[in-house]
Design a protein around this ligand. Structure first.
Ligand SMILES: C[S@@+](CC[C@H](N)C(=O)[O-])C[C@H]1O[C@@H](n2cnc3c(N)ncnc32)[C@H](O)[C@@H]1O
Length: 290
């Protein structure tokens, strides 16, 4: 599988990864999959990859998520980068959801780990996973099929989804914003605001910006081209600037954070008709700077 050399990833994390992960089944999976045929089935012919996405390596993998190697190895790496437990961390995003959403969009769904948990939490909801990588979508589709879950997988851009206005009552993004330049993250939030119904909610799970600012060595090890800019930003402030209300960000252990915002109702200003528990959550001050 094609990876870059002489990087912190290859010098430090890759050897650790090789100790922890049995690579044989991953190699078999990689070699037994007809990536061209399967991705042709999912590929959106009108999609033009943005330069910030197609020109970068991520996690030491050449061409990042546009390389099937990234899709095959993603889950086995991710289980070790979400301590103390990947499922607990993802569950915090599910726990932050108020009410019972009926139409859910998971942006940058990757291999579908959070998307699948959303469908399991809300089995009657229509759930859609959207991603720029057809290879990640192949893996997501397989996992959902194995779990017996009906989820739609779309090859689209999170900042230009092509959905109509007011189409979803929940939009989520897990581990997406540290992968996109902050200007794109803010465009994604604007798109999210547009496609949410009034009263709809956005949930964002990602790296803890405060922790990342204090541990710059972490941002180097993971070989993420935009993570340092993400760490310097503030998801609360981005949500506020987009027009979301009732914004809350909670720490998830020291490594992650879950942010939540509501698209205000046009007449009943800031009435939260989803739940009441939001007021009992710890809140952070929303800084003025974006
Ligand atoms: C770190 S992975 C997170 C995957 C998944 N959400 C999770 O929680 O494991 C980031 C994903 O975002 C996708 N991505 C990055 N930029 C995107 C964009 N602008 N639109 C849609 N997907 C994007 C990548 O292809 C990748 O699958």
């Amino acid at each position: 599988m094609a990876t870059t050399n002489n990087t912190l990833w290859s010098q430090f994390l890759k050897p650790v990864y090789q100790l922890l992960v049995d690579e044989k089944p991953l190699k078999d999976l990689y070699e037994s999959t007809d990536w061209d045929r399967e991705s042709d089935r999912l590929k959106n012919p009108n999609l033009v990859y943005p330069n910030y996405y197609s020109s970068q390596n991520f996690h030491g993998v050449n061409r990042g998520y546009l390389n099937p190697s990234a899709a095959v190895t993603y889950d086995s790496v991710t289980q070790y980068v979400l301590p103390p437990n990947e499922t607990w961390i993802r569950q915090e995003a599910i726990n932050a959801i108020g009410g019972r959403p009926r139409r859910i969009l998971d942006l940058g769904c990757g291999t579908g780990s959070t998307t699948i948990m959303l469908k399991q939490a809300f089995p009657n909801a229509e759930v859609i996973g959207l991603d720029l990588s057809p290879y990640m979508l192949i893996m997501a589709e397989r996992k959902a099929r194995q779990a017996g879950l009906e989820i739609q997988w779309l090859h689209r851009k999170a900042e230009a989804t092509s959905f109509p206005n007011n189409d979803f009552d929940l939009v989520t993004a897990s581990l997406l914003f540290h992968e996109t330049p902050p200007i794109i993250s803010q465009q994604i939030l604007q798109e999210t605001f547009r496609i949410l119904i009034p009263g709809g909610q956005v949930i964002i799970l990602d790296g803890n910006q405060k922790t990342l600012r204090e541990t710059s060595w972490l941002t180097e090890i993971f070989e993420e081209p935009y993570i340092r800019d993400y760490a310097l930003g503030n998801v609360d402030a981005w949500l506020g600037a987009t027009g979301f209300a009732s914004i809350r960000t909670n720490d998830v252990w020291w490594t992650n954070q879950v942010s939540r915002g509501l698209k205000p109702l046009p007449i009943q200003n800031n009435v939260n008709h989803f739940d009441t528990e939001i007021d009992t959550l710890d809140s952070r001050e929303v800084p003025a700077a974006i």
